[in-house]
Design a protein around this ligand. Structure first.
Ligand SMILES: [Zn+2]
Length: 261
């Protein structure tokens, strides 16, 4: 990599730069690694928004604590297991660091190892969120989720450790820009909507639903619900309603399609 006023630097290039480089930012992190963030213009325009979409290409998402998210088609995206292991390592490195003497060389070594462990957790988390968001964007024309404000209001105070909430915000942010880039739609429901307590089949509303109840049967129509899948189905329906209200044609297929949701 060639930076003005410096000798050429040996670098690992993650993605080929195509187009005109606008700026390069050099940075060092706590683990002692150096980074160059390159901003360039590829000259490609964003895609035009789709003029119409199909109902069976709309997915509702319910984010959660046990699973990262549940889709309206029933698919669940678990919180990755390797993160759990990485956190254990993190706690150990943290203990090791705090046992070292201030100003000692061992302390500096322990600090670097701790910083590296932190970075591994952060990288693994981001990596997984990119994978999940890209898959959702590829598999849909429109996605619907509750806004972060609503998600925090409903779920945050139930969290023992607030690891999940940072992931939710990051996931929604990734989905938003990736959908926009593809000319697709991302609807965030920002009004309180009884997504968990309402039967997605008949619209019957339960008085209350404990957080511990993972499955329930509708007393009105008898439908059996997975808690999160039902919430996702309601979020999807509300998303479709909003898109139609905004004037976007959301079409039904003439024949039942094999990938209908
Ligand atoms: Zn029902």
């Amino acid at each position: 990599m060639r930076v003005p006023k410096m000798e050429p630097i040996k670098a690992r290039i993650h993605r080929e730069v195509v187009g005109k480089v606008k700026s390069i930012t050099l940075e060092a992190d706590a683990a002692g690694d150096y980074y160059a963030a390159v901003l360039w213009e590829d000259g490609l325009a964003e895609k035009e928004p789709l003029k119409e979409i199909y109902e069976d290409q709309v997915i509702g998402i319910d984010v959660g604590i046990k699973d990262l998210l549940t889709e309206s088609n029933g698919r669940k995206e678990p919180n990755p297991r390797h993160l759990k292991h990485a956190r254990k390592v993190l706690r150990r490195r943290c203990r090791q660091f705090s046992r070292t003497q201030k100003g000692s060389r061992r302390r500096e070594k322990a600090r670097r190892r701790l910083a590296r462990a932190h970075k591994r957790v952060a990288n693994a988390r981001t990596d997984n969120l990119h994978k999940v968001s890209s898959r959702l964007v590829n598999e849909s024309q429109a996605l619907a989720a509750e806004s972060l404000r609503i998600i925090n209001m409903l779920k945050n105070h139930h969290l023992a450790e607030s690891i999940a909430d940072a992931a939710w915000g990051e996931l929604l942010r990734m989905i938003a820009y990736k959908m926009k880039r593809e000319g697709k739609y991302f609807i965030q429901i920002d009004t309180f909507y009884p997504s968990s307590k309402m039967c997605s089949c008949c619209g019957f509303k339960l008085e209350k639903l404990d957080l511990a109840t993972r499955e329930w049967a509708c007393p009105h129509c008898g439908a059996h619900h997975d808690r999160d899948g039902n919430a996702a189905a309601n979020i999807r329906a509300e998303g479709i309603r909003i898109l139609r209200a905004e004037g976007l044609p959301v079409l039904r297929r003439e024949m039942s399609s094999p990938n209908a949701r």
